[in-house]
Design a protein around this ligand. Structure first.
Ligand SMILES: Nc1ncnc2c1ncn2[C@@H]1O[C@H](COP(=O)(O)OP(=O)(O)O)[C@@H](O)[C@H]1O
Ligand SMILES: [Mg+2]
Length: 393
């Protein structure tokens, strides 16, 4: 079928053609935003889930809701090694500049200069240059726990004067090192305590709530943790069928069931399989055969992109650990059992385990257990095992 018309959108952060199954999460966010806009308080949200469940797509929806409600929105994706203070200041600078297009006040001009103080390049000591502004009495110290609070207080004040609220989204927040994560949570806490009109939503892998609690114990009270997972059959049915029907195309029932069987309702995989089946169909009815044929190509593509890139960053010892874990079955596995199947003591594998968690491959759902952060990773390892050449080593 015409590939130009293929509506499905597999890929990180891409908005799906039909956003299935997150109704209550969208309603909850709307309610929180409405409360903040009339001066009431709301907990921050923390979206947690495996890769490809739709956290980034949902964050973007939230940002759209915020803007429709008249809020300012700042979406930040944390990358390995990013300087969170600089990143935040630069994004806020853009947002305020945009806002000032409707009328530049001296207040906004001062705040723009204030933000510039945090955007300067780091000097050789790794700290921001000492920036003092006698008018604003502001100083970029290079200490994120001080600077981030200063930033939130200042822009929060501007928001309040303009009778609005700022929506902050921090995506991939588990990547932020403990020190900066603690500083960020502390600064949010400080700004909210001082009644700045600010709404925070964080998103990350399942280890995020634990990392946040380790960095600041009160984070458990600040955030409502919202688990994001696979779609139910009915929700997935909508995600697949509605975009097709909009173009006069239909998946036969067995085709939808087959997609559910192979994807287990994980949104990223659903997009991949629906996209693949559409490409192979030659009539306006997409059949189970189309889906089955698509599986070959899709699995191949997934191995190369989604999964293999994860393996490429690992040492052989780390790969061996993952394979050993995969042989034990589905879901979380005890670290003792994994060590046992490798003929080692659990304590001897501590640093391998820690590295796999740091690299975002595993997380620890409970003390003494680990699980993969990507759905279907075990299945992938089973297929790839022969080509990995890591077992004989
Ligand atoms: N609610 C949903 N319904 C259907 N597809 C979705 C939904 N949420 C996300 N997707 C699709 O899943 C894929 C992964 O989404 P993404 O937001 O990048 O996940 P994550 O940030 O959790 O890794 C994208 O292709 C996206 O279009
Ligand atoms: Mg994402």
């Amino acid at each position: 079928m015409d590939s130009h018309a293929n509506p499905y959108r597999p890929g990180a952060g891409l908005q799906p053609p039909f956003f299935a199954g997150r109704e209550s999460l969208l309603t909850d966010a709307s309610v929180a935003m409405d409360r903040l806009l009339i001066g009431r308080s709301s907990k921050s949200f923390m979206l947690v889930g495996l890769r490809g469940v739709g956290k980034t797509a949902l964050l973007q929806r939230y940002a759209n809701l915020a803007e429709e409600a008249g809020m300012m929105s700042v979406v930040i994706e944390v990358a390995e090694g990013s300087d969170i203070t600089k990143l935040l200041a630069a994004r806020l600078y853009e947002v305020l500049l945009h806002m000032s297009a409707r009328g530049m006040t001296s207040r906004i001009r001062n705040t723009l200069r204030f933000l510039q103080g945090f955007m300067l390049p780091a000097n050789t000591n790794g700290y921001n240059e000492f920036v003092a502004d006698s008018e604003m009495h502001t100083v970029a110290t290079g200490d994120p726990s001080i600077d981030l609070l200063d930033i939130f207080l200042e822009v929060g004040e501007v928001a309040r004067e303009n009778k609005t609220t700022i929506f902050f989204a921090f995506d991939e927040l588990h990547r932020l090192p403990a020190l900066e994560l603690g500083a960020l949570i502390g600064a949010q806490h400080g700004a909210v305590q001082r009644s700045r009109p600010i709404f925070f939503v964080a998103a990350g892998l399942p280890q995020l709530p634990m990392l946040a609690a380790e960095a600041r114990s009160y984070s458990e009270r600040m955030f409502a943790v919202l688990p994001i997972g696979a779609l139910s059959y009915q929700e997935m049915h909508h995600a697949v069928q509605i975009p097709a029907e909009a173009q006069g195309v239909r998946f036969e029932d067995d085709a939808v069931k087959e997609i559910y069987r192979v994807t287990q309702g994980f949104p990223y995989f659903v997009q991949e399989w629906a996209h693949g089946a559409w490409a192979l169909a030659d009539a306006s009815l997409i059949t189970i055969q189309n889906v089955a044929h698509a599986s070959q190509a899709v699995l191949h593509r997934l191995s190369e992109s989604f999964f293999q890139v994860r393996l490429d960053r690992l040492t052989d010892a780390e790969k061996r650990y993952l394979v050993a874990m995969g042989t034990l079955g589905d879901g979380a596995q005890s670290t003792r059992d994994i060590a046992h199947s490798l003929g080692k003591k659990s304590t001897a594998l501590g640093s391998i385990r820690a590295n796999l968690i740091r690299k975002g491959i595993l997380y620890s759902p409970r003390s003494g257990e680990v699980a993969y952060t990507a759905p279907l990773f075990k299945e992938f390892l089973q297929c790839a095992r022969s080509s990995l050449r890591i077992l004989e080593a």
